[in-house]
Design a protein. Structure first.
Length: 114
C-alpha cells in the first residue's frame, strides 16, 4: 500500500511533468529554441543521470521515477534545441525586438514613431 510520503512524491512527479510539457510542446510545435541554454541542459542531464543512479542504488522508487522523467525530458529538449538551434518563433522575436527598442530608448537613443 502507498503511504503519504509516496503519494506526495508521485504528486511531485506530476508537477515535474506539467513543468516540462510547455517547453517541449513549444519546441516541437514552433521549432523555437529561444532562451534555452544547451550548457545548462547538459549539466542538468549529467545531474539527473547521477541522481538516477543514486536513486536506483538506494531503491527509492519515487526518486528513480522522477529522475528518469527528468532525464528523458532533458534529453528530448536538448535534441530539439540542437535540431532547431537558432530558430525563433514570432512571439519571441517580437519580445526580443521590444526589449532592444526599450533599451535603445532608455539609453538615450532617439525615439521614433511619435
Amino acid at each position: 500500500m502507498i503511504n503519504l510520503p509516496e503519494i506526495l512524491g508521485f504528486a511531485g512527479i506530476g508537477v515535474v511533468v506539467i513543468a516540462y510539457a510547455p517547453q517541449i510542446i513549444h519546441l516541437r510545435k514552433e521549432h523555437c529554441s529561444a532562451g534555452i541554454s544547451l550548457k545548462a541542459y547538459s549539466l542538468w542531464c549529467v545531474s539527473s543521470a547521477l541522481f538516477l543512479i543514486h536513486a536506483v542504488m538506494i531503491r527509492d522508487i519515487v526518486f528513480s521515477v522522477v529522475q528518469l522523467i527528468n532525464l528523458v525530458a532533458i534529453i528530448d529538449i536538448t535534441l530539439l534545441v540542437k535540431r532547431y538551434g537558432g530558430y525563433v518563433c514570432l512571439r519571441h522575436l517580437q519580445a526580443q525586438q521590444g526589449r532592444t527598442a526599450t533599451r535603445r530608448t532608455f539609453s538615450g537613443a532617439r525615439r521614433y514613431g511619435g
